[in-house]
Design a protein around this ligand. Structure first.
Ligand code: NZQ
Ligand code: ZN
Length: 391
């Protein structure tokens, strides 16, 4: 196991009706003027936004609001949010919604206290300082409620890039599983897929002897395998929603990723799909993961065979571990199909003729050097082959 520091200071407030305490938590973490940031309207329709505002009113905390965050959030609204926060002397950014609203809120929180262009952070500069952030989560998926990361798309060039820094870890995150019961099945499934991807990206490691984190990841993957289909069959299943929601947070606050190298090539390759086609990130991952895994499998076939036996219940073939590894990838593929995820480019709405463009932006865009690195370092030729496997 490698040396590590694990810093995960977010206060998680979990359970029914917890959103009614939002104002109290903003106060506890020192907020005196709030920007409420949200998406395309689901929180308005569900009445959640009104409940959150009432809780701020109850604590006499003033606020301004900025809605309209799109899935795969864009830089334009971030610039708008930064201006608003500066003009209104906001000192606390509250995201109400999913990963997109949270990521946009994080970008605004970092950009408001930075003299340069906030995009610098998405070109590799670490975020050292930001306004305090809180979240009220409405979808179990991205894990942004507990992560130090934010992913934004720059409209100019459609670069979808991530930024990181402990300064953007939320001070608190309110997790009420009941809020996820209004999700359309497709969004629930996309969220489940993203959570599983966050687990796989950590499972695919080049670090040896990481039994404890391997076992944690396997436990969370098994939870997703068992609980996922329950919420697709019955969206009002609170207990299954609760298990998935907490699994989603644990999958991505890096509890399972410490002390080991991680992959993230499936995410990097997917981000070009959601940037170009504006598809749901989880849906893109459903198509990407099996292709990437099949392509890189021989780099460490036993790792794939291990997850196949421990999570998917495949029989170990010691003479031909690649057969076991492939069986595990096949089981993942079937599972994703069973919850309603796309399995190829066509089902996702992607086009084969765009592959050169996808590879160019992936490997060369915005300062990249022709390769992407992770479990395996992949060049343009590798990435072209991987996208072709998805067709
Ligand atoms: O915009 P509204 O109207 O709120 O609708 C949203 C949106 O259309 C809807 N939705 C959310 N909660 C709902 C609901 N509809 C009904 N009832 C509810 N309770 O669902 C749609 C998707 O929302 P979004 O916020 O985009 O989902 P998600 O949480 O999957 O976030 C995706 C973004 O997170 C990034 C992805 O790349 C993508 O841009 N990621 C962020 C990470 C991070 N910051 O750590 C890591 C991830 O790997 C990921 O890359
Ligand atoms: Zn993800």
């Amino acid at each position: 196991m490698q040396n590590f520091e694990f810093y995960s200071p977010t206060c998680f407030v979990f359970g029914k009706d917890t959103e009614n305490s939002t104002g109290a938590y903003v106060k506890r973490f020192g907020g005196t003027k709030v920007l409420i940031h949200y998406g395309g309207g689901s929180v308005v329709r569900s009445g959640l936004l009104d409940r959150v505002k009432s809780s701020l009113d109850a604590e006499s905390i003033p606020y301004v609001e900025l809605g309209g965050v799109k899935p795969n959030p864009r830089s334009g609204l971030v610039y708008e949010g930064i201006e608003l926060c500066k003009k209104e002397n906001v000192d606390f950014v509250l995201a109400v919604g999913g990963g997109s609203s949270i990521d946009s809120a994080k970008a605004i929180a970092a950009g408001t206290v930075y003299d340069g262009d906030f995009w610098d952070f998405y070109r590799g500069k670490r975020i050292e300082k930001a306004l305090n952030i809180g979240t009220v989560l409405t979808i179990a998926a991205a894990g942004s409620e507990g992560s130090p990361d934010s992913v934004i798309t720059k409209e100019e060039g459609m670069f979808k890039r991530g930024a990181s820094g402990d300064a953007i870890r939320p001070k608190f995150s309110i997790l009420n599983p009941a809020l996820t019961q209004t999700l359309p099945p497709f969004q629930s499934a996309a969220g489940i897929t993203d959570i599983m991807a966050h687990l796989y990206e950590r499972y695919l490691t080049n670090t040896k002897d990481v039994e404890v984190t391997d076992r944690l990841i396997e436990a969370l993957l098994l939870t997703m395998v068992h609980e996922g289909p329950k919420v697709i069959a019955d969206p009002d299943n609170y207990e299954a929603r609760a298990n998935i929601m907490w699994a989603g947070t644990l999958a991505h606050n890096n509890m399972c990723g410490v002390g080991r190298s991680q992959d993230w090539n499936s995410h990097t390759i997917e981000h070009e799909l959601s940037a170009l086609y504006d598809c749901a990130h989880g849906a893109g991952l459903a198509v990407t993961m099996p292709a990437v895994f099949t392509y890189v499998m021989n780099h460490n076939v036993m790792r794939f065979a291990q997850v196949a036996t421990r999570v998917w219940g495949c029989q170990m073939d010691f003479e031909h571990p690649e057969v076991t590894a492939l069986a595990g990838i096949g089981a993942l593929r079937r599972y994703l199909k069973s919850i309603g995820m796309p399995g190829n480019f066509e089902e996702l709405g992607a086009k084969e003729e765009d592959i050169p463009k996808l590879v160019e932006v992936l490997c060369r865009g915005d300062g990249r050097d022709g390769t992407i690195s992770g479990f395996v370092t992949l060049n343009e030729d590798d990435c072209t082959k991987i996208y072709k496997m998805m067709v």
